[in-house]
Design a protein around this ligand. Structure first.
Ligand SMILES: Cc1cc2nc3c(=O)[nH]c(=O)nc-3n(C[C@H](O)[C@H](O)[C@H](O)COP(=O)(O)O)c2cc1C
Length: 161
């Protein structure tokens, strides 16, 4: 079975979890990178990111070689932005047509997941959702604890296959 962890991460939390999951289950990784994205700090990043979510922006991504339809199992991860997924996933969902895949969803957040998983699932109909997991700013607090949870969860998902 071919396994891929696809993720977007602005500040590293989702990347940290994505890499742990990939190591645990022996998956490849694909980081979604919006072209020309500038790292933003302080409050500016919330206005900049929140506006993109509201306007349902689909940022152009750096091209990737992976043939995504070759994978059977996908873990898809994103930070929560304004109660939803980051705009890079909009681009992913609009440009792929996943069908009959086994998909697990994960997010990183600061305490308010909103309805992120429902929103992701709306874009992934026709696939089997194997699990959902949220991590609260894993790089800021209890890093090792979060890492342990990510490893356990990834194994649980794989055990269901
Ligand atoms: C534009 C923007 C909007 C955010 N909106 C939310 C939110 O609605 N709820 C929440 O719990 N955290 C929110 N956050 C915090 C991030 O989801 C959280 O810090 C996450 O761990 C960051 O993941 P990353 O390091 O992979 O980018 C927001 C962050 C940004 C930059």
């Amino acid at each position: 079975m071919k396994k891929l962890v696809i993720y977007y991460s602005l500040e590293g939390n989702t990347k940290f979890i994505a890499q742990l999951i990939a190591e645990t289950i022996g998956a490849e990784t694909l980081e979604l990178k919006p072209k020309g994205e500038i790292k933003r700090h302080g409050l500016t990043k919330y206005f900049w990111g929140g506006r993109q979510v509201m306007t349902k922006e689909e940022p152009e991504l750096s091209s990737f070689d992976e043939q995504l339809n070759d994978y059977d199992v996908l873990f898809i991860g994103t930070p929560v932005w304004a109660g939803s997924y980051a705009p890079a996933l909009n681009t992913l969902f609009s440009n792929t047509n996943f069908r009959d895949k086994k998909i697990a969803l994960f997010c990183c957040h600061r305490g308010g997941k909103g309805k992120i998983f429902e929103k992701m699932k709306e874009r992934l109909t026709g696939n089997e959702i194997m699990g959902e997991m949220g991590f609260r700013d894993p790089l800021k607090k209890d890093k090792e604890n979060h890492a342990g949870q990510a490893r356990i969860w990834a194994k649980e998902v794989m055990a269901k296959l």
